[in-house]
Unconditional design. Sequence first.
Lengths: 118, 112
Amino acid sequence: DTGVSQNPRHKITKRGQNVTFRCDPISEHNRLYWYRQTLGQGPEFLTYFQNEAQLEKSRLLSDRFSAERPKGSFSTLEIQRTEQGDSAMYLCASSLALTRQAINEKLFFGSGTQLSVL
Amino acid sequence: DQQVKQNSPSLSVQEGRISILNCDYTNSMFDYFLWYKKYPAEGPTFLISISSIKDKNEDGRFTVFLNKSAKHLSLHIVPSQPGDSAVYFCAASWDSNYQLIWGAGTKLIIKP
């Protein structure tokens, strides 16, 4: 078991460029989450997948952000036309939910992708 | 509007003593609470959780207490060890909702 893997670990980009991050969850996990964390704050929810279906998306999430999980395995998070305010740590987490109940299972996080927008 | 608050940015405790980390929340709909620990350059790691139907949950050196009337929970670590030095996050959720609401974290430093 290799845990949750995120690539790249670091990304530096210029304002206005598009970036894409990848997350490989623990293989048998059916739920996948994206969170964003800035310095001195806790993680902030972005979006959530149950298998390949994107079931919830934060109201705060700009239209420049899009996420996919095409085959219910790995996921990608794309940010278009990046802005300096997008600079943050982007965390992916996965979990195995055995019921339809909302989140009450523990999440397994990757080490994150640190994005710096210049 | 912060629904989950950890008012102590940092806490320093002597090795072997008890560490008490506090968390307050404002949303009475929260019914499930979790604590995560985070080391530098790593993602958060689940530590312990508690449902609102309980007021205490224990796992080895870690105990979480929930006071629903005060909207307050605390994490006790006894005895504290050097490896406990990390940032601790309190998080909360409620029925039919798939997102966790997180506090800002408390950095715990265990002094030898």
